[in-house]
Structure formats: structure tokens, C-alpha cells
Ligand binder design. Structure first.
Ligand code: HEC
Length: 126
């Protein structure tokens, strides 16, 4: 567990918001994930009714790639045949151009497994 997590856990404990240690850890992961998501927010919104420069990521975990009707995806992503499983999301945020060569999304490189965990925990809440 890293420093951020420990801090978030103790904040949650102090606030008395947790019903169990497991829930507290989940809450801390989601909060840490929201921090990581700031790197995505320039282009992605968590609001399901809106696409920004990138497609909305509401409900993205488990969704097929390039599935939103009102977003102009790249041909590469449309033809990828990918479903956004946790594993594919990890590969995508670690090196999106490697997973889908020709994607229009600017390169991101989140290779830290803990950061990927936080991000996915957060994306699941959208
Ligand atoms: C500079 C803008 C930009 C940033 C920053 C960005 N994205 Fe994207 N993202 C896009 C674009 C544009 C697409 C559509 C790509 C395509 O059509 O090839 C996309 C597509 C996606 C998709 C596929 C969605 C779908 O409906 O198939 C996921 C998942 C995603 N981004 C996650 C992320 C995450 C997580 C981050 C932060 C770590 C991030 N993106 C950062 C612009 C961005």
C-alpha cells in the first residue's frame, strides 16, 4: 500500500464513513483513481450525456470498443474488435498505440500497476 492509500484510508476511518475495512479500501482506491483520472479529463468526461474530445467513459468497463453512437471513432478502434475488459484497459493506458495501432487517442503511458488498479476501480463507478 502506498502513502496516498494509507492517507486516504485514515481519512476515511476518521470520518467514520466505512462500514468495513474492505469497503474503506475500495473507497480509497476509487479516490486515488479519481486523481489518476485527472490525466484523462482534458479529453474525457465522466458525464454519460457528453462526448468531449474523447468519448464518454461512463460504463466503459465491459463495453465494446468504439460503441458510442455519437462519437467519431478512428477506423482503427472501430475495427479492433476489443471489449474493454480490465486487462485490455490496463494495456490501453499502459500503451494505447501498441494495443490499437492507428488510434486517434494521444499516447498515454500509465505502466504502474497500482495506478492502473486505482484507475479501473474509478472507471467502474462511472
Ligand atoms: C488528448 C486527449 C485524450 C486523453 C488525454 C485521453 N484520451 Fe482516451 N480517447 C481519446 C480519443 C480521441 C479517443 C478515441 C480514439 C479512437 O477513436 O481511436 C479515446 C478513446 C478512449 C477509450 C475507448 C473508449 C471507447 O468507447 O471505445 C478509452 C477506454 C479511453 N480513451 C481511456 C482513457 C483514459 C483512461 C485516459 C487517461 C489515462 C485517456 N483515455 C486519456 C482522447 C484522449
Amino acid at each position: 500500500m502506498n502513502k496516498v492509500m494509507v492517507k486516504l484510508l485514515s481519512v476515511a476511518a476518521l470520518a467514520g464513513v466505512m462500514a468495513s475495512p474492505v469497503q474503506a479500501e475500495e473507497a480509497a482506491m476509487v479516490a486515488a483513481g479519481a486523481e489518476v483520472f485527472k490525466r484523462c479529463q482534458a479529453c474525457h468526461t465522466a458525464d454519460s450525456s457528453k462526448n468531449a474530445f474523447g468519448p464518454s467513459l461512463t460504463g466503459v468497463v465491459g463495453r465494446e470498443a468504439a460503441a458510442l453512437p455519437r462519437f467519431a471513432y478512428s477506423e482503427a478502434l472501430q475495427k479492433s474488435g476489443i471489449t474493454w475488459t480490465e486487462d485490455n484497459l490496463r494495456q490501453w493506458v499502459a500503451d494505447n498505440a501498441k494495443l490499437v495501432p492507428g488510434t486517434r487517442m494521444r499516447h498515454v503511458a500509465i505502466s504502474d500497476v497500482a495506478e492502473q488498479d486505482y484507475l479501473i476501480a474509478y472507471l467502474k463507478t462511472l
